[in-house]
Design a protein around this ligand. Structure first.
Ligand SMILES: [Zn+2]
Length: 299
């Protein structure tokens, strides 16, 4: 797992401060000031400025397996952090490579999902996992309401505020962007191998999803999943709160982690996804606001 670091030694999370984005970054700076002073040593997100008019916003919810020093190791053995339960292996590198190639803004977290899962609503019982794929997380077992609120305000909220601010900025300067979220999944789950190389998770808005599925299926060497192994409709997850609720076109990709565990695989997959994402960014229908009722809100 070369290239992946358990602990971030230095911040790489400072938003770039180009003149065109001073307003947005000022707001972000205020958000950081308002947060805990420890945010200076361990910023809760990594931000790639990109071009707000690129037509895409890239997200990586599970980019890092790092835990801020004040939490030690949450009582979890080091090797567990290297597994998929700590983070989405390879997802950060693919996201950054795509951001570079597509000149797209990108928002990534800097902390392990074992600390708090940014892809869950604040009231979701799995926000702080006590048990993850058989591994106990002692540092979460005794987290009380106050601690839960601290982690929300220190890690969860700043990431979601960043996404919101970045979307606001894009909407000021261009037709609405498509929200693209990059995740990775484990090739074997509870002893059962999974057949897919990549899968697309989605709720109700088919616009970008259809183009992504078509683009992946045109690559004959791939087995492509459609809402497998999970259903993409999850109330108050990242896509629900930022894309579905705002009527923005969206696609969530799950890539098999062993295919993107090293630099060669990460570049290969960025190359596979780049032309499809360009097509999506240029699609007129994907670049409009249309509201599709979430299946979470069906009843
Ligand atoms: Zn993930």
């Amino acid at each position: 797992m070369s290239g992946e670091m358990r602990f971030l030694s230095k911040t790489h999370a400072n938003p770039d401060r180009s003149a065109s984005e001073s307003r947005s970054t000022d707001k972000m700076a205020k958000m950081n000031q308002a947060a805990d002073p420890s945010a200076i040593d361990f910023p809760p997100y990594e931000y790639v400025t990109g071009d707000p008019g690129s037509g895409l916003l890239l997200l990586c919810d599970h980019a890092s397996n790092a835990v801020p020093p004040e939490y030690g190791d949450l009582g979890v053995p080091a090797e567990q952090f290297e597994r998929h339960i700590g983070y989405d292996i390879g997802a950060r590198a693919v996201t950054l490579e795509l951001a570079k190639r597509l000149n797209a803004p990108a928002c990534l977290t800097t902390y392990s999902r074992l600390l708090i899962d940014p892809n869950r609503g604040e009231d979701d019982p799995t926000l702080l996992m006590r048990l993850s794929d058989g591994a106990v997380v002692p540092g979460n077992a005794h987290a009380d309401q106050k601690e839960r609120e601290r982690r929300i305000s220190r890690f969860h909220k700043p990431y979601h505020d960043l996404i919101e601010t970045t979307l606001d900025l894009s909407l000021q300067s261009a037709p609405p962007p498509v929200v693209v979220s990059i995740h990775s999944f484990t090739p074997v789950w509870r002893g059962v191998p999974r057949p897919w190389h990549a899968t697309v998770l989605w709720d109700s808005d088919p616009r970008a999803v259809r183009l992504m599925l078509d683009g992946l299926r045109r690559q004959p060497d791939l087995v492509v999943g459609d809402n497998e192994p999970y259903d993409g409709a999850l109330k108050n997850d990242t896509m629900y709160r930022h894309a579905t609720r705002r009527g923005l076109s969206q696609v969530l990709l799950e890539l098999r982690q062993d295919l993107i565990a090293n630099t060669g695989g990460q570049l290969e997959w960025a190359g596979r996804l780049e032309p499809i994402l360009r097509e999506i960014a240029q699609d007129a229908e994907c670049r409009t606001i249309q509201f599709f009722r979430s299946r979470c809100d069906a009843d």
